[in-house]
Design a binder for this molecule. Sequence first.
Ligand code: T4K
Length: 392
Amino acid sequence: MKELKRIRSKVDLAINGANPTFNEPIHVGRPNIGDRELFISYVNDIFDRKWLSNNGPLVEQLEARIEGLLGVKHCVAMCNGTIALEIAIRALDLSGEVIVPSYTFIATAHALSWQGITPVFADIDAATHTLDPDAVRHMITPRTTGILATHLWGTPCDIAALQEIADEHGLKLIFDAAHAFLSSYGDRMIGGFGDAEIFSFHATKFFNTFEGGCVTTNDDDLANTMRLMRNFGFAGLDNVVHLGTNGKLTEICAAMGLVNLDMVDEVIDANRGNYEVYRDGLAPIDGLNVLPVDDRGRSNYQYVVLEVDQAFPATRDTIVEALHAENILARRYFWPGCHQMKPYRELYPHAGLVLPHTQAVADRVIVLPTGTTLPSDALETIRAVCLALAGS
Ligand code: T4K
């Protein structure tokens, strides 16, 4: 195998004209893929059964396994996390204004706007990057019907404080838990909090079903409504009893989920190992901080979040540029914040005034690659790039 270039100082960096360290791109969000033989045997079963979609037996198995893992009454599988958000929002009858973080993936805000609901952006806590309950209080108006909070990076929100606010003001509370599959809040798994929680099983998530997602809830009526909504409102042949859409998960996606569920512990262990190497390697460098994982509960370690502050001699964007030049495609998630993306920037040109932490955090974060397929020398290269940029 070709020996990798060694980075000892700035002149060795590809950004300064040297060859890149890696020939192939190293992505954030490279899929973790379980046992191929088992997957293919599921596919053969699907073909033999000739049942490809519409709540097939593999979808039912996947739902039951997730309910067991999360300790929640209902898992309603969906074709992706965004449709899962939209269906949950609609089934809960949200309208008017809903309070959301701006520092989240754009789907959180879009799922509301898509349905004519105004997303009202509230600021985050700078230490955890999740919605700040005090900021939420300030954004409540007579039109507010709910709070949609993201467990960003798999870190649970301050659920107790948000639930208290929701109860006090008669608001619905739902969680975008797209990052938080198999994370816990204390000793309770994420999945059973608020009125509903929404997961994404997109290819780039540590647990994936190609595309997919689900809503989990302990509310029987809500689960029933969402099951109708994901299948056009059909309650048996020729009988539509509810407004609905097509949110169904296919059997092939469910098969991928069943296979990948068998390896989630292995993926979490690999990600924990990567996180620890990054933390130990980067923490001693002045101006860099690997966001600590919340150790009050269980974490899925799915994102490694590096924060760059003023003490570092190069900007966050220079680090990203230098890593990209080495073919390490680190990301600036979720820069610049939803409020600065065109559809929302025009709606709220002054939103930044009430989102100081969102803006500061969005300007300093780099998400680093992790996962089971990450070559170990990528971790060392990232450290070497940072050291070279720091001039040490
Ligand atoms: N809420 C939150 C908080 C979310 O983070 C997300 C999704 C959602 C809701 C919505 O859930 P879904 O409707 O997606 O189920 C990616 C994902 O597409 C998106 O699912 C995810 N969040 C977000 C955080 O990241 P992009 O636009 O940054 O990157 P993408 O999809 O192009 O993939 C990133 C990199 O991964 C690529 O450069 C290449 C690599 N990759 C990607 C795919 C799809 C692979 O190596 N193999 C692949 O199959 O959004």
